[in-house]
Design a protein around this ligand. Structure first.
Ligand SMILES: Cc1cc2nc3c(=O)[nH]c(=O)nc-3n(C[C@H](O)[C@H](O)[C@H](O)COP(=O)(O)OP(=O)(O)OC[C@H]3O[C@@H](n4cnc5c(N)ncnc54)[C@H](O)[C@@H]3O)c2cc1C
Length: 411
C-alpha cells in the first residue's frame, strides 16, 4: 500500500494538516493513529483557549489566522453541521500592579489588527460583575487574605474565546474523510523508513510497510520516537511535560459573564465550559511546566493537592463570590515544550521528505489551522483561502532559537 503523504497522529495538528492539504490538492493522504479515536494525546486534554496576544508579532499573526478558521468553522471545514462552534467569550488579561502593560498591549494589538478594549476597574466590573479588580498577588500557599486594592488597567481581546477541542478534531476527521483522506485508527507506526537520506515510508506495529515520499511527524508528546530514530532535530530538546487542569461546577453565586481570564499576578487562567456550567482552571506559569515525562503513556493523571489548593486560593481572590463548597475535579495531560525557545518546530528536516510539526507546547490548539497551512503551502507550493500570512522560515527546523525574555507558555 502507498500514499503521497503519510501523517503520523490524528490529533488537532495531524488532522488540521491533512485537511489543509486535502482542501487544496489531489494528494493521496493517509493519517495513521495508534489510538482508538481522536483526542488520545494532548488534544483531548486541551483547554483550547484561543487568545491572540503573544510577544512576537509572527505568533500574533499565526494565532489570528488559526482563530480566524475557528471563528468561521463551517466555512473552513465545509461541513453542513459541524459539532464544534467557537465560544466568543473574549479573553481578559489582568496584569495586576503593572499599570502600563494593558495600554501598551492595547496599542500593539490594535496595530496588528486585533480588536481589544482597554478597561479601568469600573468598566471591568460593569461588564463582569463577579470579578474582583484587585491588583495585588494572592497568597497562593496559605491563602491568607489581604486588603484588596484596585486602580489597575485591564485588556479584553474581543475576538478571543475557546472551542471544544475533541469536537473540533472530530469535525476535521469528517471533513478529511469526505475529501478522500484515509484515516486509520488503532494503527501504530513503529518506524519511519529512510533510503539514501530520503524518507520512503513507514513500518507499522504488525510488521507491514507503507510507502510514501513524504511523512509528517504529528505525534505530539510521542514525537521523539521518530526524531531519535532518524537522528534529526538534534539541536532541539522537545520535552513532553505534565500539565494540570482543574474543573469545578459553576455555582449560582457567580453571576454575569465570565470571559477566558489570564490572571497574570497569580499565573492562573480560567474559562467556562459546558454551556457555562463549569469552570476550567489551569496555570500559565513557567514553574508549572517543569515535570518532564519520558514515557508519554505513563504519568499521573490526577492533579496534585498543592496545585489544587494554590489555584483555589487564586480563584477565590479573583472571584470572591465563589463559595467554599462543591467538589473540585481535575485531570492532567501532556504537552511538548521546546526547551530552547518555547516555539513550535514546523517544516522539512534534514531527511528529505520528513516533515515535523512538533513542540506545540500550550499553543497547539489555537495555532493548528495555521500550522496546517504552513505545511500545506510548503508541500503543495500553492495558496488557499484560510492560509496564514506568516512565512514558513519563522518556525523552520533549521532556524536559530528565538531570543525570549519570558519562558512561560505566555511567551
Ligand atoms: C492540559 C492542556 C491544556 C492546553 N491548553 C491549551 C490552550 O488553552 N490553548 C492552546 O492553543 N493549546 C493548549 N494546549 C496545547 C494543545 O492542546 C497541544 O499543543 C495540541 O493538542 C497538540 O496537538 P498534536 O496533534 O500535536 O498532539 P496530540 O493531540 O498529542 O496528537 C498526537 C497523536 O499522535 C498519536 N500517535 C503518537 N505516536 C503514534 C504512533 N507511533 N503511531 C500512530 N499514532 C501515534 C497519538 O495517539 C495522538 O493522538 C493544551 C494542552 C494540554 C495538555
Amino acid at each position: 500500500m502507498s500514499a503521497d503523504v503519510i501523517i503520523i497522529g490524528a490529533g488537532i495538528i495531524g488532522l488540521s494538516t491533512a485537511w489543509q492539504l486535502a482542501r487544496r490538492s489531489q494528494l493521496k493522504i493517509l493519517v495513521l493513529e495508534k489510538g482508538a479515536a481522536v483526542g488520545e494525546g494532548s488534544t483531548g486534554a486541551s483547554s483550547a483557549v484561543c487568545r491572540h496576544r503573544y510577544t512576537l508579532e509572527e505568533m500574533v499573526v499565526l494565532a489570528r489566522d488559526g482563530i480566524h478558521a475557528y471563528r468561521h468553522w463551517q466555512d473552513f471545514t465545509r461541513l453542513d453541521e459541524p459539532r464544534a462552534a467557537f465560544q466568543n467569550d473574549g479573553v481578559l488579561w489582568m496584569p495586576g500592579a503593572d499599570l502600563d502593560w494593558a495600554g501598551i498591549e492595547h496599542e500593539r494589538m490594535s496595530a496588528l489588527g486585533i480588536r481589544t478594549a482597554l478597561m479601568d476597574d469600573a468598566e471591568l466590573q460593569a461588564r463582569f460583575p463577579a470579578f474582583s479588580v484587585c491588583i495585588q498577588a494572592p497568597d497562593m500557599e496559605a491563602g491568607t487574605e489581604h486588603l484588596c486594592s484596585g486602580g489597575g488597567k485591564h485588556l479584553l481581546e474581543l475576538d478571543g474565546g475557546y472551542m471544544d477541542p475533541v469536537a473540533a478534531t472530530e469535525d476535521l476527521l469528517e471533513a478529511c474523510r469526505k475529501c478522500g483522506v484515509e484515516v486509520c485508527f488503532r494503527t501504530s507506526v513503529i518506524q519511519v523508513l529512510e533510503e539514501g537520506g530520503r524518507v520512503s515510508g513507514v513500518e507499522l506495529g504488525d510488521g507491514s510497510q507503507l510507502e510514501a515520499p513524504l511523512v509528517i511527524n504529528a505525534a505530539g508528546p510521542w514525537c521523539n520516537d521518530f526524531l531519535t530514530q532518524l537522528g534529526v532535530l538534534q539541536s532541539w530538546t522537545l520535552a513532553p511535560t505534565r500539565i494540570q487542569v482543574l474543573y469545578l461546577d459553576r455555582p449560582p453565586e457567580l453571576v454575569g459573564d465570565i470571559p477566558v481570564t489570564l490572571d497574570m499576578q497569580s499565573g492562573m487562567y480560567f474559562r467556562l465550559q459546558n454551556s457555562g456550567q463549569q469552570l476550567v482552571v489551569g496555570s500559565a506559569s513557567e514553574r508549572d511546566e517543569q515535570e518532564v515525562i519520558d514515557t508519554p503513556d505513563e504519568f499521573e493523571r490526577f492533579p496534585d493537592e498543592a496545585f489544587k489548593l494554590a489555584r483555589l486560593h487564586a480563584l477565590h481572590h479573583r472571584l470572591p463570590a465563589l463559595p467554599y463548597r462543591g467538589s473540585v475535579r481535575g485531570y492532567c495531560g501532556l504537552y511538548t515544550v521546546n526547551k530552547q525557545d518555547m516555539h513550535p518546530i514546523v517544516g522539512e528536516t534534514e531527511v528529505a521528505g520528513f516533515y515535523v510539526a512538533n513542540g506545540l507546547s500550550g499553543h497547539g490548539f489555537k495555532l493548528a489551522p495555521a500550522i496546517g497551512s504552513l505545511l500545506a503551502q510548503q508541500i503543495c507550493g500553492e495558496k488557499a483561502d484560510f492560509d496564514t500570512e506568516v512565512q514558513g522560515s519563522f518556525l523552520a527546523p533549521d532556524r536559530a532559537p528565538i531570543p525570549l525574555s519570558d519562558k512561560s507558555v505566555l511567551a
